[in-house]
Design a binder for this molecule. Structure first.
Ligand code: BGC
Length: 270
């Protein structure tokens, strides 16, 4: 994998929305680096079970935990279950997210809320539970220099406006200030809070923009690096951001987008 399988030794993690896509890759990579991982899912127990089994077959430790992250009681129950299983917690990855696109003038309040609830309120609730735990627990000597790490999976759309998806773009723009404000508040307590902002990564959420060659060619016009990203690109970065290798990194968004945020349309004119 390119990093040591003891980098996160003894650490316990929750990854939300880990039954597919980017969340699945993050769960696998954290486990491969030595962390015990709670694979959170909302509605697909079979996929979550498969991921847990794959992690275990590779010699790692994992458990599947059901919860809708937008519901306060469900979040509390998920953390209680993770604590009961692992005893402690060191890493939260707020990955669960969704799109529900519509032109602005046609978007219903329900469409707006459904995305804000999962993409912004969910991460708020999970980060709050994690922070309460980390504050109580403090630094676990010999395990990590931090009392805990919180990683938000944001998007390039925390800075790139997105017509027809104002709910999604607003949720990700919100993540930027949620992450930074929490980081500012908790850094003195040795809790590190950061984001990863993926660009176009091949998952189900954007399948229609990369599956057919013509669609992929169109998408590649926006990616200077010349390839659509893979979930593993994000999984590897999450390991680094969760580890002491990044101990001085606080309140930062790491864009992993093949250059999508570089205004590629300006490369040959302006
Ligand atoms: C969205 C994808 C999109 C990518 C780049 C992500 O946050 O979920 O649908 O392909 O941003 O635009």
């Amino acid at each position: 994998m390119g990093y040591s399988d003891t980098l996160l030794k003894g650490q316990k993690a929750i990854v939300t929305g880990a039954s597919a896509g980017i969340g699945e890759a993050i769960a696998r990579h954290l486990a491969a680096a030595g962390a015990a991982v709670a694979v959170n899912y909302r509605s697909d127990p079979d996929s979550a079970k498969k991921i847990v089994e794959a992690i275990q077959a590779a010699g790692g430790e994992a458990v599947a935990i059901q919860a809708d992250v937008s519901k306060e009681d469900a979040v509390k129950a998920m953390f209680a279950q993770a604590l009961e299983t692992f005893g402690t917690l060191d890493i939260l990855v707020n990955n669960a997210g969704r799109q529900n696109d519509a032109p602005f003038t046609e978007m219903t309040a329900e469409q707006w809320r459904s995305v804000i609830d999962v993409n912004l309120t969910g991460p708020f609730l999970c980060a709050q539970e994690a922070a309460r735990l980390f504050l109580k627990q403090g630094v676990r000597e010999g395990v990590s220099r931090a009392a805990g790490k919180i990683i938000f999976i944001s998007s390039v759309h925390e800075v790139i406006p997105w017509a027809g998806r104002v709910n999604y773009a607003a949720s990700k723009g919100g993540i930027e200030q949620l992450m930074k404000s929490i980081a500012q508040e908790l850094a003195p307590s040795k809790i590190r809070v950061n984001s990863i902002a993926p660009g176009a990564i091949k998952t189900d959420i954007n399948r229609e923009s990369w599956e057919k060659p013509e669609a992929e060619a169109e998408l590649l016009k926006r990616i200077p690096a010349g390839r659509v990203g893979e979930s593993d690109d994000i999984g590897k970065a999450a390991v680094w951001l969760a580890s002491d290798e990044s101990d001085y990194v606080n309140g930062t968004t790491l864009f992993i987008d093949g250059g999508m945020t570089l205004y590629p349309e300006f490369a040959d004119g302006g």
